[in-house]
Design a protein around this ligand. Sequence first.
Ligand code: PRP
Length: 203
Amino acid sequence: MKALTLAVPKGRLFDAVSAYLAEKGLSVRFENRQLSAVDASGRLEIYQVKNKDLPTYVHHGIAGLGIVGDDTIAESGLSFVQVATLPLGATRLCLAAPKGTALPMGRSAAVATSYVRQTRQWFHQRGIPVKIIRLAGSVELAPALGLADYIIDLVETGSTLAANGLEIITTMKDIKVRLIANPAYFKLNYGAIEELAHTLGYL
Ligand code: PRP
């Protein structure tokens, strides 16, 4: 049987995803910094890709399946089949600012973020003018250094915000980690994907 192709994100989700797959009998070892490997059962060919690139790989069908957060799916603007929600990596996308700062009303807010699409949507839906400053990471530094008044970023424990004198103004959305599929790949490999979902405990 041909292995299903699955993209998993490097970075903070990687260890949790690897442990989760291993727990379900799909353990995988990447030797010598290789970025692709087949799991011990031979059912999955797994590619380690940068989180923000993962939707691109699945969209083009290079990986038929992917494990990724709602934040990254929404930012990509692409459509996928949502096969399952994983019991790991839940977090929140939040608007935050230095302690005591109010929600910007009727004035232009300068917001540092790597979530440009979702930031634009959120402010436009509320009719609040916004100047978005795109950063790749460490956005919690921006208010202290005077680059922006607000940030929009993921908050998990809240310790990064607290350590940088910031607090949540509002939670924009809850973020969950999903198993997604390329729509054409899902149709062509429905039986094998159904079996995988069964192995993962979803059916
Ligand atoms: C993420 C996120 C926050 C932090 C939140 O960063 O961007 O900075 O984790 O976690 P906490 O609420 O538990 O402190 P990550 O470490 O993934 O690196 P990044 O700066 O590259 O996004």
